[in-house]
Design a protein around this ligand. Structure first.
Ligand code: VGL
Ligand code: ZN
Length: 238
């Protein structure tokens, strides 16, 4: 087995005290994530970054009042993929966040970025939400939608490196980390979400619902000091 660590969206806009879409306690995850980043059992260490254009569909301010309240309003989003324009989904609206090139899109300095082998920039197509680092909200992989929403074929890269196991951490547990872990499982990797290395937008019922979806998708919920993480080193040394 070969494991990859995916550190999801540990960016200024998702962290207190100043992030526009700050997730409670997100910055406090840095020591736990750095310990995982130094674990010798990972073959590949990946950072994803939300990297939106200013006109992104998920920004509440890009929609007309009165149904444009961040966190509470939804709009109908259409699948941008060729031939799939009849497919739609409700899209929750957010404050403006992680606009490409702004300081809000920077990784927080507390994360040891020198460990990353690969960066995945996502959410770059204004027409569609992209929580997962693998695919957009309609499940379109980058190759199918002109690479307009993401700059890396993550599934392809993981396969090229012979990765069998994927461990996901970061924020938000009920959005981007969940979606990335679910897509990793769907792509055929053994997929784990490290519970003490994530925090959620909706910590209560949001996280309970997310855990149901994760279990249903076959994602393992593990701890950073649990046997799944400890076992990596053992296997690597065999
Ligand atoms: C995220 C909401 C909007 C996330 C990204 O990183 O979980 N959440 N964009
Ligand atoms: Zn976003």
């Amino acid at each position: 087995m070969k494991a990859a660590l995916i550190v999801v969206d540990m960016q200024e806009d998702f962290c207190p005290p100043n992030g526009s879409l700050a997730v409670h306690e997100a910055r406090t995850l840095a020591p736990t994530i750095n310990t995982l980043l130094s674990h010798p059992g990972f073959t590949l260490r990946v950072a994803s970054k939300d990297n939106h254009p200013a006109n992104h569909i998920s920004f509440a301010s890009n929609h007309p009042a009165p149904d444009n309240l961040p966190f509470s309003s939804f709009v109908t989003m259409t699948n941008p993929a060729p031939g799939k324009h009849t497919e739609t989904k409700p899209q929750r609206l957010w404050p403006i966040h992680c606009v490409a090139g702004t300081t809000g899109a920077d990784l927080i300095p507390e994360i040891d970025a020198s460990k990353f082998d690969l960066y995945v920039h996502k959410g770059m197509d204004a027409r569609v939400e992209m929580y997962s680092a693998f695919a957009d909200a309609f499940g379109n992989l980058d190759k199918e939608v002109n690479r307009s929403s993401v700059d890396v074929d993550l599934r392809g890269v993981l396969r090229e490196h012979g990765i069998t196991d994927v461990f996901c951490v970061g924020v938000a547990g009920d959005y981007c980390v969940k979606s990335t872990a679910v897509d990793a499982a769907r792509a055929g990797f053994r997929s784990f979400l490290v519970e003490d290395a994530t925090r959620c937008v909706d910590a209560g019922e949001g996280w309970e619902e997310a855990k149901r979806e994760l279990r249903e998708a076959g994602v393992g919920l593990v701890k950073s000091d649990g046997v799944e993480v400890k076992g990596l080193l053992v296997e690597e040394q065999l």
